[in-house]
Design a protein around this ligand. Structure first.
Ligand code: PAF
Length: 281
């Protein structure tokens, strides 16, 4: 497995692979890899990739001024061991100054799906994501890119950006992966105390109940959302948002119909967790 730190070397490596007929997938990450990330690598292979690049870059531009950029967990040794075991071909791990020249003044902004939900409390987050993902695409030159359903809004915004800007890259959204007890896998779960972790399971329990209720015929959307909120609050969670949206466009839903996504963001202690469930009607 190769570790590449510069954009030039990454582009040259991918260019040579493409000319040799490889199908390249990129799995963009911020490192501190867990089962969720590893499942993205499996999804890449299932979707025809014979060459997998994992990018590891804690992207400063997607963190707000009072967020956890400085203390975001990092463990490159652990990450590279997992990637090696998974048969990853390259880790692309640039330094911040390689990705962002000091006088960098260009952003890539998606203006529709990047509004609402997480953007309400993280107003500059998605322009950081779409900008860095564009840069990672241009460095790694992949045929396909895999993102997790856990960051449902991010995945939709990136899909839209790729469509709008004609990136010749297929975006694959991989299912959300949970810990054995149901908590959505996230590098930020590390911040939770045991008690906060237990309490945070209320998100998964509430989402599962909501889906079961809809599957068994309930259509009272406002009451369903209120019950979900109440169950998270009863466990000590502070809800940032709970919504019912269209699973592709993220437009708010006013009735139970079609392809729906129910995204949730809630704080347990200082840790902000996100989760969601897809429901088809
Ligand atoms: O999902 C993430 O880890 C990040 O937002 C991403 C896509 C790697 C961009 O920094």
């Amino acid at each position: 497995m190769k570790i590449i730190r510069t954009i030039r070397e990454m582009q040259e490596w991918s260019d040579a692979k493409r000319r040799a007929g490889a199908t390249i997938a990129v799995v963009p990450t911020m490192g501190y890899l867990h089962e969720g990330h590893l499942s993205l690598i499996d999804t890449a292979r299932k979707n025809g990739a014979d060459t997998v690049i994992v990018t590891i870059f804690v992207n400063p531009t997607q963190f707000g001024p009072n967020e956890d950029f400085a203390c975001y967990p990092r463990d490159f040794e652990h990450d590279s061991r997992l990637c090696e075991e998974k048969g990853v071909d390259v880790i692309f791990a640039p330094e911040a100054q390689e990705m962002y020249p000091e006088d960098s003044s260009t952003w890539v902004v998606e203006e529709k799906l990047s509004k609402g939900l997480c953007a309400k409390t993280r107003p500059t987050h998605f322009r950081g994501v779409t900008t860095v993902v564009s840069k990672l695409f241009l460095a790694t030159l992949p045929h396909l890119a895999v993102f997790g359903q856990k960051d449902g809004q991010q995945a939709r915004a990136i899909k839209r950006m790729v469509r709008d800007l004609n990136f010749p890259i297929r975006i694959v959204i991989s299912p959300l992966i949970r810990e054995p007890d149901g908590l959505a896998r996230s590098s930020r779960n590390k911040y939770l105390s045991e008690e906060e972790h237990r309490n945070a399971l209320s998100i998964f329990r509430g989402l599962t109940k909501l889906k079961a209720d809809i599957d068994s015929g309930r259509t009272d959307l406002a009451a369903l959302l209120a019950e979900l909120r109440a169950s998270i609050e009863a466990a000590g969670g502070v809800v940032d948002y709970i919504e019912a949206v269209d699973a592709e466009t993220l437009e708010p839903k006013t009735s139970v119909e079609g392809s729906m996504m129910f995204p949730v963001a809630a704080y347990f202690g200082k840790t902000r967790l996100i989760d969601n469930i897809l429901v088809e009607r």
